[in-house]
Ligand binder design. Structure first.
Ligand SMILES: O=P(O)(O)OC[C@H]1O[C@H](O[C@H]2O[C@H](CO)[C@@H](O)[C@H](O)[C@H]2O)[C@H](O)[C@@H](O)[C@@H]1O
Ligand SMILES: O=c1ccn([C@@H]2O[C@H](COP(=O)(O)OP(=O)(O)O)[C@@H](O)[C@H]2O)c(=O)[nH]1
Length: 493
């Protein structure tokens, strides 16, 4: 590219700032973006995870190796209206096909717009004219519009990590044109699956968009936006290595001893209604009711870090799932056997890798999920000589890639899931190996590096993207220690 070197500037609500003091937290976006950027380098801008009455005028910048992290704090009302309110009580349920759970409030929409304009103001202090911007997820839909209004003509791409439902459901969102319609201000909008992309293309049709002859871009309101499907991926080879090492750790050895030779079923999900945890527990209960021969021979470990706890629908789900877990154990436990271990802690990804490898079956059964990285991590972590079986919902984005190897289930069909669980537990080694190989070949062909390369090549029309240069002046710089964790839980300053 002629002139000044362009940098990649990634923007997302969550930023995985290196910080050894913070505990491991769950969340696929931060995991994926971190993996995509750490070799390539770039600037990663977003929320610090801190709430304060007096946010600074400038982002706080941290550098580590080739990465620069620039984060800003939010005020309490910003956090409530933008994050808990509009993002997580309106956009999240509607885009996950749960219009019934959406609680629209004009004040939350105003807060969402205010915070996005604030992000645009801060970004304006950081970006140069040649920088390439990659904005992530539903928290930031109108950001490109606000940057364009300030005169920024940069290449700006957007990737949606969660589903995009059909136009009828998008139209249930009050003022959808100002939010979802604002995606037309990006140069490229990426989705997890072709289905999500097609749903958005049909929405653009309803807004008078004109498709190009090859169907890859749309002209809307005088702008041209490209659309594409870029299924998010994992660091396949590195995760497989991590699992091999973890399986030799004291932590995993002790964990395996606690199983006393019982076959392990594992589930790993943020405590979110989209993940279908109640249906899964119900299906497990039916399995226990019908499969007495498996009593005392199986242990189901459900790892479920709490998430978005200030949002009422999440608090309700928390109470419901705890009650259900207690009921199952009350009904089926024996003095020397607990059929279900329901754990609300967050584990490091190394610990998870070891747990996945120790498992005979993973149940990944969301009612709707953009992708679900846990499904991919489980497969990558398996021992090729004795792989476990993945039970995967047809409504996870991951099912679009893994259907040749996973046992695909309908999370609304509880008997079907119970039967699939028995089939998974009893599946002979040759079938397990064949299914594992089919899934691994997909995960090896599309790993996280290819995901980022494909998106950025499409965004920049294949022009080379040099590694980032020095962080901008006029910002406070802190050098980080060499460890990082993804970080959702808000800190109140
Ligand atoms: O940041 P939180 O509110 O604590 O939530 C965690 C993240 O949840 C969502 O993750 C999505 O991205 C994954 C990676 O692409 C994908 O596999 C999964 O299906 C999605 O649900 C959310 O989209 C992120 O913004 C959150 O950070
Ligand atoms: O205790 C936990 C639970 C989950 N995760 C990670 O959080 C991510 C969850 O991503 P996924 O796409 O499955 O769902 P999301 O939570 O983003 O909707 C995965 O990388 C998990 O390894 C973690 O590090 N510790």
């Amino acid at each position: 590219m002629a002139g000044r070197a362009s940098r990649i500037v990634v923007v997302s609500n969550r930023v995985a700032v290196p910080d050894p003091a913070r505990r491991a937290q769950a969340g696929g976006l931060a995991v994926a973006v971190n993996a995509a950027l750490k070799e390539r380098g770039g600037i990663w801008f977003g929320w610090s995870g801190t709430i304060t009455p007096t946010p600074s005028d400038h982002p706080v910048v941290t550098t580590q190796k080739r990465m620069t992290y620039a984060v800003i704090d939010l005020k309490e009302d910003d956090y409530q209206e933008y994050y808990n309110g509009f993002a997580n009580r309106v956009l999240w349920p509607i885009l996950h096909y749960r219009v019934d759970l959406a609680e629209f409030a004009q004040a939350d929409l105003s807060g969402y717009i205010r915070v996005n304009r604030n992000f645009a103001d801060h970004l304006a202090k950081i970006i140069g004219p040649d920088d390439v911007l990659w904005i992530h997820d539903y928290h930031m839909m109108p950001l490109a519009q606000y940057l364009r209004e300030r005169g920024h003509r940069n290449r700006i791409g957007f990737f949606l990590h969660i589903p995009m439902p059909p136009p009828d459901l998008i139209q249930a969102l009050p003022k959808h044109g100002e939010i979802v319609g604002a995606l037309a201000y990006y140069d490229l909008v990426g989705f997890q699956t072709e289905q999500d992309k097609e749903n958005f293309a049909r929405y653009l049709d309803t807004r008078g968009g004109q498709s190009s002859a090859d169907g890859r871009s749309y002209d809307v309101g005088g702008r041209r936006v490209k659309l594409g499907a870029f299924p998010v991926a994992i660091e396949t080879a590195a995760f497989a290595r991590r699992a091999r090492h973890a399986s030799r750790s004291q932590f995993v050895k002790r964990f395996k001893e606690s199983l006393s030779g019982r076959k392990l079923i594992v589930g790993v999900d943020r405590l979110d209604y989209s993940k279908g945890i109640p249906n899964r527990l119900e299906a497990y209960e039916r399995f226990l009711r019908n499969a007495e021969d498996w009593h005392d021979k199986v242990a189901y470990v459900q790892i479920t870090p709490k998430s978005r706890t200030e949002v009422p629908e999440y608090a309700e789900m928390d109470r419901f799932v705890s009650r259900k877990a207690g009921q199952i154990n009350g009904l089926y436990s024996d003095v020397s056997w607990t059929p279900l271990r329901y754990v609300n802690r967050t584990y490091s990804r190394s610990a998870l890798a070891g747990i996945y490898r120790a498992a005979g079956v993973a149940m990944v059964t969301p009612l709707r999920d953009g992708m679900n990285l846990v499904a991919k991590e489980f497969v990558a972590a398996q021992d090729p000589e004795d792989p476990g079986v993945l039970l995967l919902s047809q409504f996870a984005g991951a099912a679009h890639e893994l259907s040749a190897g996973a046992l695909i289930v309908n999370p609304h069909d509880l008997d079907g899931m119970a039967e699939a669980l028995r089939r998974a537990l009893e599946m002979p080694l040759p079938e397990r190996s064949d299914r594992y190989r089919r899934m691994m070949s997909v995960l090896e062909a599309n790993d996280i590096d290819r995901w980022a390369k494909r998106f950025l090549a499409e965004l920049t029309d294949d022009r080379a993207l040099p590694a980032m240069s020095l962080p901008p002046a006029a910002v406070r710089t802190v050098r980080a220690r060499p460890d990082w964790r993804t970080g959702p839980a808000p800190r109140k300053a």
